[in-house]
Design a protein around this ligand. Structure first.
Ligand code: TNX
Length: 530
């Protein structure tokens, strides 16, 4: 059956006959499964040319049932799929469970089920759309199965994001972390502060620093999402049981905001009125000032962001905040003294704590990169552990929720082989096998209660060197398929990942990605244009 990610248990019934989808097949959608039925009609219906009309009958039907007591599986996102000659039964422990079951069903139908119109000459005819007789019992290992997309370094148009949401759904991933702001761009409309996008969303060609980075591409660049674009992305993702977690990065990685509103920077250290939206990459000295003006400004920004994103979590960044300007700033030093803090790390911590309290007062939760541990972590905060496992382990021990995303394994902006013709000649090598061998819960020394704080993991795509859907496809796939299995599929035993088994199943999965039009990295290596 070659399912990706691998299900918990599956049996193929050799004695039973397969089910064949035809013109008369109906979908019997029980209460709470209407969304999944709609999705099936829109995707499988389009690919097969079959009506898949709503129905009530027993024979020749696809029956969707929501069974919240126990969908035949213990877990809320689990499902049970039985296929026999009379029909298909899909029971989910939640609407999400039913939806993930639909993803499995589409995989069982074969690669042509991923096209947007029928292409086979016999499409729609009896026998063509065959689903093998089987019984699959499945549920995810982790609740947070994420992928981060950096739309700040290079803006990716709304359509690319919506397509990416569909690709996450194919892989049963359920969190899209959107990195919306950085030194090089502000990508979300904020009504109260229009200059954030009027100024902050655009990089113009500058001579400054032109040669500083090998990745600087010299081109003007920009773009942003309107609030309606964001509402559309969030709703589209929600229909696919994917939560969009927005990231507004503070107090570092904020030069685009300072370029738009110079009063946000350390005005007693540098002339912030001349700062452009940054055109080079890396850690940048121009950070937010620890002032009340900045706190109020970002409360107002976050208030609009919370209106748009129902996500429980808001990501406030917190990574790579250079502290030199705070060291040189009388205002920052006075603040440190006034608050009785022990240096600049505690000052950063004070800012993060402020927003942790503020978000909690709004009924939400804060998540930040693992630097938020330095100088003391805010009470209810969760941590994205990116520099390695250590931050995540320390946070889990201290009772904080953790999303593991160590750059050692799941940074998909790192190149995929050591070959000289890899299209992104930067950084370290993270092969498909490296990603597949990623283990979200480190083996050393977490008690079961501590390990339970690791709520999941995330693969991160930073786009300094990617400015198109083709580039993102190449870097994300097939590695995101390997990642999906590390967060969805339980290990048969600790450390027991069967890489050969995975690559064997990938043969079928490449055919699905081909039908979807995903330009993944071919197993044999990059194509000449890549
Ligand atoms: C570090 S990961 C960063 C990003 C870069 C990335 C490049 C993190 C929280 N910060 O700003 O884009 O490395 O791999």
């Amino acid at each position: 059956m070659d399912l990706i990610p691998a299900p918990r248990r599956s049996t193929t019934a050799l004695s039973a006959e397969d089910f064949v989808l035809d013109e008369a097949t109906v979908i019997v959608a029980g209460p709470g499964t209407e969304g999944a039925a709609r999705w099936l009609r829109a995707t499988v219906g389009a690919a097969t040319g079959l009506p898949l009309a709503p129905g009530t009958g027993q024979a020749n039907s696809l029956t969707l049932t929501l069974d919240e007591t126990d969908g035949g599986t213990a877990a809320p996102e689990g499902y049970l799929l039985s296929v026999g000659p009379e029909g298909i039964e899909l029971r989910g422990g939640s609407a999400a469970g039913v939806f993930w079951g639909c993803q499995t069903l589409r995989q069982l139908l074969g690669p042509a089920a991923y096209r947007r119109a029928p292409v086979h000459p016999r499409a729609g005819q009896l026998g063509h759309w065959r689903v093998p007789a089987c019984r699959i019992e499945d549920a995810p290992r982790f609740a947070w199965r994420g992928a981060m997309l950096d739309v700040a370094r290079h803006f990716l148009p709304k359509d690319v994001v919506l397509r990416y949401v569909d690709l996450l759904a194919v892989h049963k991933l359920n969190v899209l972390h959107l990195h919306l702001t950085d030194d090089q761009g502000w990508r979300i409309e904020i009504k109260r502060y229009p200059r954030l996008t009027e100024v902050g969303a655009w990089r113009t060609r500058t001579k400054a620093g032109l040669r500083e980075s090998p990745l600087w591409d010299e081109r003007p660049h920009g773009g942003y999402y309107t609030q309606d674009d964001i509402r559309e992305i969030v709703a589209y993702a929600a229909e696919r049981h994917i939560t969009v977690v927005p990231e507004i990065d503070i107090p570092g990685h904020s030069q685009a905001a300072i370029a738009a509103y110079p009063e946000l920077g350390n005005t007693d250290v540098i002339d912030t009125t001349t700062l452009p939206v940054l055109t080079t990459w890396g850690v940048n000295p121009n950070v937010l000032a620890p002032t009340d003006t900045v706190l109020r400004f970002y409360e107002n920004v976050f208030a609009e962001v919370l209106e748009l994103f129902p996500s429980q979590f808001l990501h406030i960044g917190g990574d790579e905040c250079a502290k030199d300007q705070w060291r040189a700033s009388d205002t920052a030093q006075a603040r440190i003294k006034e608050l009785g803090l022990d240096g600049e790390d505690e000052l950063q911590s004070w800012i993060i704590r402020h927003f942790d309290r503020w978000l909690t007062s709004q009924g939400r939760r804060l998540i930040g990169w693992d630097e938020i541990l330095e100088g003391g972590i805010a009470e209810g905060a969760a941590v994205s552990s990116w520099r390695g496992y250590a931050g995540g382990i320390a946070a889990a021990r201290a009772g904080h929720d953790v999303v593991m995303c160590p750059k050692s394994h799941v940074y998909l902006d790192y190149r995929q082989s050591a070959r000289a013709d890899e299209p992104v000649p930067i950084a370290y090598v993270r092969t498909l096998e490296d990603v597949y061998r990623f283990e979200p819960v480190p083996e050393d020394g977490l008690s079961p209660a501590e390990a339970a704080h690791i709520i999941g993991a995330q693969a991160n795509i930073w786009t300094e060197a990617m400015d198109s859907v083709r580039a993102v496809d190449y870097m994300a796939f097939p590695r995101l398929a390997a990642f999906a299995e590390t967060v969805w599929s339980e290990l048969p035993a600790p450390g027991a990942r069967d890489y050969d088994g995975f690559t064997g199943r990938m043969t079928s999965h490449y055919a699905r990605l081909d039908a979807l039009g995903v330009e993944y990295r071919p197993p044999a290596g990059p194509l000449p244009w890549q």
